[in-house]
Design a protein around this ligand. Structure first.
Ligand code: TYD
Length: 212
């Protein structure tokens, strides 16, 4: 299975990716946890370019092409080989983040995102996507706490209105593909969220085995 986690800033995706990986490993399911932008050495270098705190954002198309360049590397070097072995991939953010962050308010046209997705992702689409959903202001507060004195990246550093819009965009994406997405209330405790995610994964796994 190819499972992705999506959501705004401070929604707890990274923690839940690690916890899901630990649960899978405990069941002796071979799985790899990874993230975007990044996940392979070249893609991590592109990540540095995109998140470099000192620089302003690239122009819209340059930015989106960098995200897709990183994604292409990541798919070729890690995601596809892992899935081809029959192992699982758990990924912190994927194409839906581009739809939300770069697609918000038409910064990049939907039709351009469709083209890049067809070109790069092709049929390596997630089987299951969790949206860790929480109010934007709450997420930003958590992200600021986690960051401490560290510098803010150009995406987190957008207005509250942008982050409110992002939440709406993620929810709209989830609503448009209800078979793939599961919305999780990210205001719950980490343990409650972990359990809710695990129940969904187990159910999907059983359903899939039933089909085989
Ligand atoms: P990261 O520190 O991983 O943020 P988070 O912990 O919130 O996931 O930084 C990734 C940032 O990149 C995040 O602000 C979202 C942004 N992003 C995009 O704008 N487009 C994308 O396609 C992806 C994958 C991430």
């Amino acid at each position: 299975m190819f499972i992705t986690f999506e959501g705004g800033e401070g929604s707890g995706k990274s923690t839940q990716c690690k916890r899901l990986l630990a649960r899978l490993t405990a069941l002796r399911i071979n799985a790899v946890a990874t993230r975007e932008p990044g996940g392979s050495p070249g893609a991590e270098r592109i990540r540095q370019l995109l998140l470099d705190h000192g620089t302003e954002r690239f122009t819209a198309l340059a930015e989106v092409m960098l995200f897709y360049a990183a994604r292409s590397e990541h798919l070729e070097k890690l995601i596809r080989p892992t899935l081809a072995r029959g192992d699982w991939v758990v990924c912190d953010r994927f194409s839906d983040s581009t739809r939300a962050y770069q697609g918000l308010d038409g910064r990049v046209k939907e039709s351009d995102l469709d083209i890049m997705d067809q070109f790069v992702v092709r049929d390596t689409k997630p089987d299951l996507t969790f949206l860790l959903d929480l109010p934007a202001a709450e997420g930003l507060k958590r992200a600021a706490k986690r960051r401490g004195d560290g510098a803010v990246d150009p995406f987190e550093n957008q207005s509250l209105g942008y982050h409110v819009g992002l939440r709406g965009k993620f929810r709209a994406l989830a609503g448009a593909e209800p078979d793939r997405w599961v919305i999780i209330d990210a205001t719950e405790t980490m343990d409650q969220i972990e359990e809710a995610i695990w129940q969904v994964v187990i159910d999907r796994f059983k359903a899939r085995k039933g089909q085989v």
